[in-house]
Design a protein around this ligand. Sequence first.
Ligand SMILES: [Zn+2]
Length: 283
Amino acid sequence: MQSAVLSNGKIVTADEFNSEIHGNSLYCYDKSCKAPVIFVKGSDHMAPHFKTTGKSEENKHHINCGFYRPLSFLESINKVKEYQEGMLKGGIKQNIVKINFNKLDPDYEPKTVEREEKEKKPIDPTEIKIKQENESTKSIGSLKAIVNLLTSYDPGILSSIVVQVKGTKIPISKLILHSDKAYPLHWSNELLETPYFVYGKVERVIRREKVYFIAFESYNNSKFSLVVFDKYFKHFSLRDEQLVGKEVISYGYLKKNAYNQDIKRSELSIKSDKFIQILNSKG
Ligand SMILES: [Zn+2]
């Protein structure tokens, strides 16, 4: 892990750690764990980091700790939500990314060809890498990329990800919401004017002549659906059995639908299959 907590509650990163200043009482960041950790100096092959010694039960990560084992997407997002605010306040180095789904949009027409610019830099283990075709800024260009990202790094490093949206920087954990969280925030006007990643389990698919609704399951009476309009049916080939009962994530602007005055609905309109990613059964 790249950061640890000192006995005074402050966070220290492996890059800045100095035992003369920080002492040697170091702990795991996870509140359910707090296992003692030690500092491991960097070498040519390995960046400096912290680790548990594993010598006894107290010196191992707790089974509920975010550093105990690799996490699934859903586990990972929950841990990042738990850690991110504190880690950013604690001063971990931010990884700034942009989200650009233009290429997935069937209506998008590229204006200019962006040139590939690659700089050679030494490898920094606290810096995330995102596989991308030809953009010089770190950018997330698909739902698959965000799922890969959240399952490729520990929640400590993921907590460093801040998304730049029109000049504002938003911690990534604020932009990824379960539908049961997104719905009440949406109707109490607490969401930002930006697209969101919304995930949840598909309860049913309703196919009408002019529109499809992909309704998500809810535990708190939220009414959240993905919506596909007829103009985009040709880009939408997912069958009901591929969706119903599956955990999925989608991306887009939420819109309020109060057409039926008794039922307030939140809808996220999508234009193609590429705006739904099915999460694996483990979530
Ligand atoms: Zn731990």
